[in-house]
Design a protein. Sequence first.
Length: 280
Amino acid sequence: MSEPREPARPAPEDSGPSRLRADCARCFGLCCVAPGFSVSADFAIDKPAGQPCPNLRPGFRCGIHDDLRRRGFRGCAVYDCFGAGQYVSQVTFGGRDWRQAPHSARQMFEVFAVTRQLHELLWYLYEALASRLAAPLHGELSLAIETTEGMARGRAEDLLALDLRAHWREVNALLLRASELMRAGVPGQRVSHTGADLAGAGLKGASLRGASLRGACLIGADLRGADLRGADLAGADFRDADLSGADLTGSIFLVQSQLDAANGDARTKLPRSRIRPAHW
């Protein structure tokens, strides 16, 4: 384990919402080393946690990045570290990579897992803070951001000592309140499918406007032409779901990796800030 030290001072691009966008050029390939995965529809090989993927090149770049889906690494194609990779690499560990300092490798990988979760929380908090509908909670949201940012800026030892589960529960309760405010003006009945198992469900043309689909399993679901406007999609699993012609405008807490894991077409309507995946 490395000696305790103060983390490097964050650069401007390492502060605020901008730090939550992955910048692989500034990362030491942490997502290609730290997590483990098994042969499945998402991964072509078994890889233990902490062991470099055989496709990782000496310069910390993926050797098959442009061909991940065809080569059986769809899980890599949809993965999002929320900017934790470059932050841990350049700020928490001050630009010292795990190959040059192998004694700190295990600690770096563990810190990466913690920081990624904190950054994901920050992404949701910033989205709620940007909504005028959640204005009554802006003070609490700002305080939660300050607290979570402070945690993420901590030393490696402090990050590993966090009670992350307790912090997630506290922030999630706040985000649930924000979700209610953000969906309150949606007309009609707002159904709840929170945590529901809807794998393979036939939801073609379904009215899910303003619904809660938080944590729902929608793997392989048929959502063609479904109305998901204003729906809370936090943590919903859209792997292989068909969103062709669906309307997701105004949906909340929808991250890009959820869209990348799904299927859609040119008729799928997306929130303005999301990108239509290239494979659609």
